[in-house]
Design a protein around this ligand. Sequence first.
Ligand SMILES: C[S@@+](CC[C@H](N)C(=O)[O-])C[C@H]1O[C@@H](n2cnc3c(N)ncnc32)[C@H](O)[C@@H]1O
Length: 419
Amino acid sequence: MSDSATAARRSAIYLLDQVLGEGRLLSECLAAGALDRLGPEDRARAQRLALETLRGLERADRLLDNHLNRTPALTVRNALRLGAVELCNGEAAHGVVNSMVEIVGRSRKHGRLKGLVNAVLRKVAAEGPEAWPKMRVPRLPEWLRGPLVTAWGSEAVAGMEQAHFAGAPLDLSVKPGSEGPASDTLPTGSIRLRGAGQVSALPGFDAGDWWVQDAAAALPVRILAPKSGEAVLDLCAAPGGKTLQLAAAGAKVTALDISESRIERVSENLTRTKLTAQVIVGDALEQEGQYDAVLLDAPCSATGTIRRHADLPFAKDGSDFGALIELQARMLAHAWTLLKPGGRLIYCTCSLLPDEGEVQIEEALEQYPDMSVDRSALRVPGVEDSWITEEGGLRLRPDYWPDLGGMDGFYIACLNKST
Ligand SMILES: C[S@@+](CC[C@H](N)C(=O)[O-])C[C@H]1O[C@@H](n2cnc3c(N)ncnc32)[C@H](O)[C@@H]1O
């Protein structure tokens, strides 16, 4: 057992404690420096372990409950959960069990439970790997499952849960005129890699030939179809995947975001890809000017990204979504004032909730007499007719493309302003 593997596991348990005990998102823990003491490889490993454990949490708990008379303290339970998931994913038993015994044994508060950890994980090692694939696909917590079943039906939600459990491959958008690493090309033009490993080690990263962007997230700009020289405002730009697409098409891009730390990533991405945009820290609700086109990728529940952010259903409970829905409507109203007559606005959210997509557009179309929805703009390569919604937007879901590896959940609408 290497010290480095144990350090990564200890950090993964800390992340699980934060998500499951404190309701913090992994991104918040990482931004607060939770893994700063680890080297890059162990940092990646700790994150991967935490995410895999959250994906398999329901199964791990079922296996563990067979061997526990009482529920131990959360951090010990999380060590057992991580151990169970690793064992069932085929990791060698001695390494996993010894590591977890060492981690729990060193705890001043819980050290006496190391014998329990040893006994329980040995039982899981003996029976878990065979039982694991026969267990049901882990379900979303009820606070999210309920509204999704109401919106899309139980069969669709079961498909989404399957996609969440499988996790996400790595999708790239390639700069026009450049080449991406050898991979599959998706029907919409993004390229997809499986088991890619460290992103910055892939060919073409340093040269800025491509950037990481889920296939669904690449569609809003394809639908906007920016023209060279057009003035385009990217209102919620960070970390900048869509800004890069706009700039690569030759548009005169203004990229704005309220978060100073996140906007730095837009600048870094522009530098790496040798693309240009005006980058501004500011509040979308206070922006002024008139643009040929506006992209509003509004802050949202991010429920469409659970394949990659398995922590979200556990860290959140939906209580802050009402405020986000209200903010989206205010942002759309203000964005509309920034659009020249005859211009087009893309509204999009990486959400699975109709209140953040379909309903926003239905309400806006009733409210603004100079607004119309452009269905024809949605017909870009790879988009299927069945994804187009009644009010004229595009609904993307993680259970689509099941044989290709899924896609993020997204809602996209193209809105035209009359002249
Ligand atoms: C969905 S993310 C944008 C993703 C980005 N468009 C991309 O493709 O990489 C939403 C962004 O909205 C930003 N945001 C939230 N409230 C804002 C506001 N009032 N004004 C500007 N940006 C805001 C957040 O900081 C966050 O970066």
